[in-house]
Design a protein around this ligand. Structure first.
Ligand code: ADP
Ligand code: MG
Length: 337
């Protein structure tokens, strides 16, 4: 049985209005790190707040560690759900030292146990020597680790983090993705992380849950999601792609598109009249003896690769613009055929 289970969980803020979260079904195994990924307003925070108990679902059931925390006649308050929460702005107490911040949720623990636990989690997040400092004396990344230490201190079943990386600049952000996951892995804590950033989601999670308009679009590992997106929205949200309209051929191994036949990496299971193919820019190779010809309309140099806009086809009726990545050492220029 899964560790966390959401069953048809919905939320309407206004009874006559749309569902901010619409019949969400989600299972998370113990020790797993999952992310809720999607554009602003798609219902990520609301889902997280319902799991935490800060927001009450309009309908559905919620189970944590095989115990029902929300259902028809059950509504366990947040403090009794065994959840640690890390807020976007960290919400540290500025007038308390780091060790007192971390000890905050342990007020019912015996003094000796409390001291031992604070020491233990500060070691886990690598901040032992900062225990007597105040939050304002720490960097953003360190403050975030304090917030995580405070959430982990009472040994929660589950840690929830809402946009944990959004206040950090690019370099620190990458470092914190690594630090946060390694701390969570070391402590074996199950975690649900909310983000609108595909790179955050792919870097930290076992499973990614993509949401749109309150509805789950796909649940998959980052690799699977990138390679086999469930629909066009997911394909475009988790990376750049070319979407081509076409028709599955009788051999089920090709799709006829406006620019010609495209062979599929695995056979289609159905004969479909109207399909859309997602072709990643790095999946296109350019060279002299290719299947399709075109000319380069735009070159953007990124350092790691060159992003080309290529117009395929010979006349306007068949032309199609494709995004293609070329190695930096390849000689390409605007107008090249
Ligand atoms: P996300 O975190 O994905 O950006 P939210 O869960 O915050 O999205 O919001 C989902 C939808 O619910 C949005 O349309 C938002 O305006 C609405 N919403 C969120 N909180 C409230 C609230 N307290 N009252 C009314 N509507 C809300
Ligand atoms: Mg949000």
């Amino acid at each position: 049985m899964s560790f966390i289970h959401l069953e048809n969980v919905s939320k309407k803020f206004n009874p006559s209005n749309y569902s901010a979260v619409n019949s969400v079904n989600l299972e998370v195994n113990q020790g797993e790190i999952i992310t809720l990924l999607g554009p602003s307003g798609c219902g990520k925070t609301t889902t997280l707040r319902m799991i935490a108990g800060f927001e009450q679902p309009t309908s559905g059931r919620l189970r944590i560690d095989s115990k029902e925390v929300f259902g028809e006649h059950v509504n366990i308050p947040p403090e009794k759900r065994g959840i640690g929460m890390v807020f976007q702005d960290y919400a540290l107490f500025p007038h308390l030292t780091i060790e007192k911040n971390v000890a905050f949720g342990l007020n019912r623990w015996k003094l000796l146990d409390k001291r031992k636990r604070v020491k233990e989690v500060l070691e886990l997040v690598g901040l032992s020597e900062f225990s007597k400092r105040y939050p304002s004396e720490l960097s953003g990344g360190q403050q975030q680790r304090v917030a995580l230490a405070r959430a982990l201190a009472p040994k929660p079943h589950l840690v929830l983090m809402d946009e944990p990386f959004s206040n950090l600049d690019a370099g620190l952000r990458e470092r914190m993705r690594h630090d946060v996951t390694s701390i969570l892995r070391k402590s074996g804590t199950t975690a649900i992380i909310v983000t609108h950033d595909q790179k955050d989601a792919f870097a930290v999670s076992d499973q990614v849950v993509v949401m749109k308009d309150g509805i789950i679009q796909q649940i998959a590992s980052p690799k699977e999601m990138y390679r086999c997106p469930a629909n066009c929205f997911v394909a475009q949200f988790v990376g750049k792609t070319n979407l081509l309209e076409g028709k599955v051929c009788a051999d089920m191994a090709h799709v006829q598109t406006r620019i010609g036949m495209v062979s599929l990496s695995s056979k289609s299971s159905e004969l479909i009249e109207n399909v859309r193919l997602s072709i990643r820019p790095e999946g296109c190779l350019i060279g002299d003896n290719g299947h399709y010809s075109g000319h380069v309309q735009k070159v953007t140099y990124s350092g790691e690769y060159q992003e080309l806009e290529v117009i395929l086809g010979h006349d306007h009726s068949t032309s199609e613009t494709m995004l293609v990545y070329a190695p930096v050492e390849q000689d390409v220029h605007v107008g090249a055929k």
